[in-house]
Design a protein around this ligand. Structure first.
Ligand SMILES: NC(=O)C[C@H](N)C(=O)O
Length: 490
């Protein structure tokens, strides 16, 4: 059994009993990266020397033993700022950001809890994409089959965990960016309630939707990481001052009497028969475990993708204005006037998808169109949020697939943005509503690709989401399946 097949708690027990050292864990990570990352391409930057030094220090001084994440190796998505460690958001525009001046709040929390940062993980540029093909550096591959995408935008974060390069990682989710790659790579990914985790130091894409969250192999690990990164932060005025419960304690409960809502829109057109069957089998499992389920409707779901692209692109057009070659970003060599300098820095630095969204967002916010597009989209967002709140008054959780299909092939959708956007149809509404959602593995397709089950809960009720996910995980073996990549795992 590979070391990272143990849960985080088990690894910590081994550390505490001195069966293994922090150096063993860090070495395991870099060795696995050496073996498989040429094929997976999950990492953009490695933190090897610093991580090895930190491991040696932690091993030498066990005074930190009690720290919550003591000695555990983690990967961090490349849009989360890490002091002194290159942070590019997978953009050429930030290729020279070698030495950021501060840590994101989540990274500060990781450091206080004494985890070890192994490196920065690939993503779609500025988190815009669903396949990792929009990274300006390299396209991460799906560890289950390198002909397929790992999903996006946190594709590197999900693939690194699935490939056993790190036992856990951080991603960010604006419209599905944690849950969709988790589903495609057969791992567990949670988007917390909006406001649950500080966004300070997350390079902003769409500020009213972005959330940082954990990607892990098990639900328990996921709950464990969330309780260590959640909480109010005075540096992020949108972070909520709501107490953080022990999410791991919540796992002990069962799902007897749990009321599940299954939206008919989530098992309708576009969802492949294999995905439907996997979700139906999961619902059967919940019945066996004592839960009940009923079909419900989220009638405004059909407007979610259009609403999301108007709002997220509008916010992106404002957020990305700072990348102009003066305030942030590589400055062009090719300009005689100030205006040309701004224009050329941005034209050279941004990739096509980012440009497409900036143009769409600028258009939606422009005078004469604002009411018809941006304002209308805000109104529809409220209707979508109301749909969720109404259903969640009567039910404990909402369950459906994470994605309509398993992973698609590299190159299959990259020239057709609308088809690419439609892949997020089941995750986007959750961001618009601001509620928490998790993806857990619930099957394999006939092509041997993972299928994800999505469990959505009430605002700030991650505990019930985790309890529901954990009960399913304990009753099934899907989380134990591993890609054969590299042959290093059973
Ligand atoms: N950032 C996300 O959550 C991913 C989504 N597919 C997007 O491109 O906007």
């Amino acid at each position: 059994m590979a070391l990272f097949d143990y849960t985080l708690r088990e690894l910590q027990e081994k550390l505490h009993s001195k069966e293994i050292t922090v150096t063993d864990l860090v070495d395991e990570s870099y060795q696995r990266i050496e073996e498989v990352d040429h094929a997976v391409k999950a990492f953009l930057t490695l933190n090897k020397e610093a991580a090895q030094n930190q491991a040696a220090e932690l091993d030498a001084d066990r005074g930190n033993d009690a720290a919550k994440l003591f000695g555990l190796p983690i990967g961090v998505k490349d849009n989360i700022v890490t002091k002194g460690l290159r942070t590019t958001a997978a953009s050429q525009l930030l290729r020279n950001l070698e030495d950021p001046l501060y840590d994101a709040t989540v990274v500060q929390k990781l450091n206080e809890a004494k985890s070890v940062t192994i490196g920065k993980l690939n993503m779609d540029e500025f988190a815009m994409g669903s396949s990792n093909e929009n990274s300006s550096y390299t396209a991460t591959r799906n560890p289950w089959n390198p002909d397929y995408v790992p999903g996006g935008s946190s594709g590197g974060s999900a693939a690194a965990v699935a490939a056993g390069e790190v036992p856990f990682s951080l991603g960010s989710d604006t419209g599905g960016s944690i849950r969709q790659p988790a589903a495609f790579c057969g791992v567990v990914g949670l988007k917390p309630t909006y406001g649950r985790v500080s966004r300070f130091g997350l390079i902003a894409f769409a500020s009213s939707l972005d959330q940082i969250g954990p990607i892990t192999r098990t639900v328990e690990d996921n709950a464990f990481l969330l309780e260590n990164i959640a909480g109010h932060d005075k540096m992020d005025s949108t972070s909520a001052n709501v107490e953080v419960p022990s999410y791991t304690d919540a796992l002990t409960g069962d799902v007897k009497g749990l009321k599940i809502a299954v939206p008919k829109e989530y098992l309708g057109e576009g969802v492949t028969p294999e995905v439907k069957e996997a979700v139906q089998a999961a619902l059967k499992k919940y019945e066996e475990l004592g839960a009940t389920w009923e079909e419900v409707s989220l009638p405004h779901s059909k407007y979610a993708v259009a609403t999301y692209y108007l709002l997220s692109s509008s916010e992106a057009s404002a957020n990305l204005a700072r990348f102009d070659g003066v305030r942030y970003g590589v400055r062009t060599d090719n300009a005689d006037t100030m205006l040309d300098m701004f224009k050329n820095s941005r034209s050279e630095g941004f990739g096509n998808e980012v440009k497409r969204r900036i143009m769409l967002g600028t258009f939606a916010l422009s005078s004469g169109y604002y009411d018809a597009y941006y304002k209308k989209a805000q109104q529809v967002r409220t209707l979508i949020k109301n749909d969720f709140e109404k259903v969640l008054e009567d039910y404990d959780v909402i369950i459906g697939p994470t994605t309509p299909t398993p992973a698609f092939k590299v190159g299959e959708k990259i020239d057709d943005p609308l088809t690419m956007y439609a892949n997020d149809i089941l995750t986007i509404p959750v961001n618009l509503a601001g509620v928490p959602g998790i993806s857990v593995p619930c099957g394999l397709s006939s092509d041997g690709l993972p299928i994800g089950l999505q469990i959505i809960g009430k605002h700030f009720d991650e505990s019930t989401v985790y309890r529901t996910a954990h009960a399913f995980e304990q009753a099934t073996d899907f989380h134990k399946q591993r890609p054969s990549l590299g042959g290093a795992q059973s």
